[in-house]
Design a binder for this molecule. Sequence first.
Ligand SMILES: *Cc1c(COP(=O)(O)O)cnc(C)c1O
Length: 487
Amino acid sequence: MKQYDKLIFELSKSGRRGYSLPQSSHTEYSLEELPSFARRSEEPLLPEVSEFDVVRHFTNLSNKNFGLDTGFYPLGSCTMKYNPKINEDMSNLEGFTAIHPLQPAESMQGALELYYNLQRSLAELTGLSEFTLNPFAGAHGELTGLMVMRQYHAKRGDTRRTRVIVPDSAHGTNPASAAVCGLEIVEVKSTARGTIDVDDLKPLLDDTIAGIMMTNPNTLGIFESEIPEIARLVHEAGGLLYYDGANLNPMLGKCRPGDMGFDIMHINLHKTFSTPHGGGGPGSGPVGVRAGLEAYLPNPHVSKLADGSYTIDEGTDSLGSISGFIGNFGVMVKAYTYILSLGKENVKNVGPMASLNANYIKEQLKDCYELPISGVCKHEFVFDGLKDKSTGVTTLDVAKRLLDYGYHAPTIYFPLLFHQAIMIEPTETESKETLDEFIEVMRKVAKEATEDPDTVKTAPHTTLVGRLDETTAARKPILNYRDLIAQ
Ligand SMILES: *Cc1c(COP(=O)(O)O)cnc(C)c1O
């Protein structure tokens, strides 16, 4: 192993220092003034290393990381796309970073104006009446939206509606959010085309149904063509329509959930509007509602007054507060920057270009990978493993082998409808050359799977660590050096 591939603690040499600091000027405080519970009883375990050691160690480590700036990232359903650097510059402006949420509204009018404009931009892009930007993630937005749904029924005195319909193709967060909201989940099946089976839906609709959660395009990348009929049926039964707009990119500027008949929706700013995400954050899952439901949105809310100034207010019919203050502001600055830099005309190109790229890859690979749902897809699509399954090479093996060729793996084993799901989403910002190179590598892996299956089954071979025991890594993670040496 090369020196700088080691753990930083393994580079440690007693007494070695990477800094020189002047004597502390805070000599008037003595340690004894700290209560004993706040004082260390032993020296902290820290690596003792030189400046070179630190810089080289972390620079080498960062080079082993895979990111959008390193290569193509075909992860489906979790759109990691173009994240323009200008977004970072804007969100780092001091006027945004140096404010405090408890400041009086008069002293942060610029930030509130951006916040208000983003609320309005999202309403315009989705055809809905009003947005809250408070939720911290997509799942948090789902929970908030379902709470709006519950509040709507409760305010009408309709307390029997405790069940929500969720398609079998839904993202796992849909049923999870419904359960957290205290709703019972009723599953509706998909047809062979991958869309909601209206005949299966009809008998489910009665006066215990609070609403239906739909994703469009759904998690198979297919446009739900029966929406007008579904909207009519659900509304007639007294329920509301919820739209999971985590990945709204294929729809942007082309069609709007509000026009399709949806009542409530969430958007993931950290997918559709270009904030880099992963590893848990940062995120933002704004929730929008149609006219008539605005009053139920969470507190607090940013509004514009008649004199043109902005205020943070609270409504009395609101479902209450679902987050600290008004949400993840930095993410909003990035989303707003992205929307403004795209502009009204270019926003219409996002969906068609993303769909073109996805269909291009799908058509070039469908002779070596199993395509369970043919026809035109939107921004993503799903293979059900290799076409030739005779050598026992699985989707996991294919994903691991891609790492050897310098690609991030696509989403695998999701959605759950297919046993060997490989979900590919190229996004609209990749060039034809990048797609061609990826196609070539995918074809190469398929060929290897037939001719030299062991190489694929034991991949990856070129990464620093090979195949991990993912269960143990998740259940018994070793997150610091002390735990490692204690092993
Ligand atoms: C990512 C995603 C979610 C959940 O979003 P989080 O921010 O990860 O909570 C919900 N639905 C769909 C379709 C998604 O792709």
